[in-house]
Design a protein around this ligand. Structure first.
Ligand code: GLC
Length: 638
């Protein structure tokens, strides 16, 4: 690596770590907004970067003196240069291990050729037809269906490209929604980290890597600089929920404007919710980028390695918590408002586990991070044990809970969390199928949240947080409960909805989260892509194909809504945005992956045999554990 490049990387990544939580930042809080600046002269036809030649040492001293604007100009400059210099990466530069030239393989517009090398051979269109209950009148129906689906795909690509956001003249993300019918944009004109993931995957699968690379590097620069909520600065390492490219007048120069990247860490968000999932998704996307493009230079950069470690340190930091699951507040993920998911919600745990595994794969071996890697490995084992054992529920387990003894004070209590059997809700007794099972939404002392949360269950399959048997059981349940979870539009965000007094107390009477709407049992088309990856992993793509068939009946006619309402998803959501980018991108990712199931490997994590071994050690040590000194070898908290 050239020395200058190394310095640029250091300037983009090391400073926050070296001077983390410095008291200086808190003194200069008012003028230290975590934005990245990029200046241009009014009327200039091309964007220009000014002050390219700031010396690195002066940037460092500016950081320490708190002149953040100057420092950030330096970062923007670094960033623009790096982005430009690598814009030639193409699908041809792929690592060749299993990814075949994306642009050639994924010809979505003219119809796809399935290329499942290791997965069950599957022709999505054929299987869709056979699964659908359309009259089987031969090739005319098939052809019409194909033409129809192709035109939806064409439209989706057009809309997705229109949603791209530019900074310094480079594509850096996609806007959350581009709804011309909505006068109140709120923050839907921003690039959300979580919303960008399906967009990024769609472009990766198309062989268009630059946008994803730019997104990864620009969001890295926004990572947890000087975010503050009133007088409090949350921990270093947090990734923003979203960012916006703003054009603002340049201080002291009326004739010029500058572009800034303005992140929101939750300090402006409705409810001031912390985006715990952002950093986890960022790590997952980073791995996918490397696997798909074959360009490992991004994950190897010093600033990127530092970024990964900052996220890990934040997640692995000691606290008061007794469980290996991550303790978070309500609204810290896709469900970003009060829905009673504070504590240890499944979605965060699945993303956490997945991000830990992705990070372990990407971290460069070096002495300085040995402790971090050790902590990470311990956490992986404890986390998978905890989730597989205590979050899992099926008929057998439900019956066990139904007969639980309570108030057990001992090290070998069966009912460890003191769950009172009366908590088993009447709906669950009816709903649980004989075949199948799922992970519950949350577990706390004396509390099991029995709601089915889709993203957490699907991502637990994708990341192998659950066993192979459990993964199949989740898909069995989805098939058995198709009319509840898919019905007229995939996929219910959670099931069932909170109603009556429960809704009042848990949501705080939130009028957007009324029963069977929005996050309270609404149906979100974007979840289709996670369903598709999970189905492909388990070699059951026909389930996803069936869901796509349902989507294609309405989504384009309905203008790609953000979510649907009612029990069977019959209405477009009360306050749903139209032309919601992740609804569009989610559909495209599903189509691309079904056409080439092998490409899903950029997201899938197969079960690691070392982890399985450690897991069985953890189980036996757990069964043996009695009061007394801890064994140093098997000190997992389970
Ligand atoms: C809503 C969703 C959130 C999403 C955002 C932008 O707030 O709850 O998950 O990221 O909209 O689409």
């Amino acid at each position: 690596m050239a020395a200058s490049e190394a310095i640029l990387q250091v300037c983009g990544g090391f400073v926050p770590h070296l001077y983390s939580s410095g008291s200086y930042f808190s003194k200069s809080r008012s003028d230290s907004r975590s934005s990245i600046r990029y200046r241009k002269r009014k009327g200039a036809s091309h964007l220009k970067v000014l002050k390219c030649s700031i010396s690195i040492s002066s940037q460092f001293s500016h950081v320490l003196r708190g002149n953040v604007a100057t420092t950030q100009l330096g970062y923007a400059k670094c960033n623009c240069q790096q982005t430009d210099s690598t814009s030639g990466i193409s699908s041809e530069g792929g690592n060749g291990a299993w990814f075949v030239d994306g642009a050639k393989e994924f010809s979505t517009i003219n119809g796809n050729t399935p290329n499942g090398l290791e997965f069950k051979e599957f022709n999505s269109e054929k299987d869709v037809t056979s699964n659908s209950h359309l009259p089987d009148n031969g090739s005319i129906t098939d052809t019409l269906q194909t033409v129809f689906a192709d035109s939806i795909e064409d439209e989706a690509w057009e809309l997705l490209r229109e949603s791209i956001v530019y900074y310094c003249g480079n594509p850096v993300g996609t806007i959350a929604a581009k709804d011309p019918s909505s006068s109140n944009v709120l923050n839907y004109d921003q690039v959300f980290i979580r919303d960008f993931i399906p967009s990024g995957i769609a472009f990766l699968l198309k062989g268009e890597y630059d946008l994803v690379r730019n997104f990864i590097l620009h969001t890295l620069q926004l990572q947890s600089w000087e975010k503050t909520i009133d007088c409090h600065s949350p921990g270093q390492g947090l990734m923003p929920a979203s960012f916006k490219v703003r054009t603002v007048p340049l201080d002291g120069d009326d004739s010029a404007t500058e572009e800034i990247l303005d992140p929101d860490f939750g300090e402006a968000a409705i409810g001031r919710v912390a985006p715990v999932d952002s950093g986890l998704w960022w790590i997952i996307l980073l791995r996918a980028y490397g696997k798909c493009s074959g360009d490992l230079s991004v994950q190897e950069r010093i600033d990127v390695q530092t970024g990964i470690k900052m996220i890990l340190r934040l997640c692995l930091a000691d606290g008061f918590d007794m469980f290996p699951t991550l303790l978070v507040t309500d609204g810290s993920c896709m469900i970003d408002r009060r829905m009673g998911i504070h504590g240890h919600p499944l979605e965060i745990q699945a993303l956490f586990y997945s991000a830990l595994l992705c990070a372990r794969e990407m971290l460069a071996p070096e002495d300085g991070s040995a402790d971090l890697v050790r902590a990470l490995n311990n956490r992986l084992v404890a986390l998978s044990f905890h989730i597989r054992e205590y979050y899992w529920i099926d008929m057998r387990k439900l019956n066990e809970i139904y007969r639980y003894k309570t108030e057990e004070y001992s090290y070998d209590a069966v009912n460890k969390f003191n769950i009172y059997p009366d908590q088993i809700s009447p709906w669950l007794v009816e709903w649980m199928p004989n075949k199948g099972g799922y992970l519950i939404g949350n577990l706390q002392p004396a509390h099991m949240d029995f709601r089915f949360f889709s993203l957490g269950n699907l991502w637990s399959i994708v990341s192998s947080l659950v066993t192979v048997d459990q993964s199949h059981a989740i898909l069995d349940l989805i098939e058995a409960k198709w009319s509840d979870l898919v019905a007229d539009m995939p996929f219910k965000i959670c099931y069932p909805a909170l109603e009556g007094q429960e809704w009042q107390i848990i949501t705080g009477c939130d009028p957007k989260n009324t029963p069977w709407s929005y996050h309270n049992g609404g149906s979100w088309p974007t979840l289709l892509w996670q369903l598709t990856v999970a189905c492909i992993k388990m070699n059951r793509p026909e389930i996803a194909a069936r869901a796509i068939e349902v989507v294609e009946k309405r989504i384009s006619k309905d203008k790609w809504p953000e979510y649907y309402d009612t029990k069977r998803a019959r209405f477009i959501g009360k306050q749903a945005r139209l032309f919601q980018t992740w609804s569009i991108a989610g559909y495209l990712v599903s189509k691309l992956l079904l056409a080439d199931p092998n490409a899903a490997k950029i997201l899938i994590i197969e079960e690691d045999s070392e982890l399985v071994n450690a897991f069985s050690c953890a189980i036996s040590s757990n069964h043996r554990r009695k009061r007394g000194p801890k064994s140093s070898q098997n000190s997992y908290i389970v």
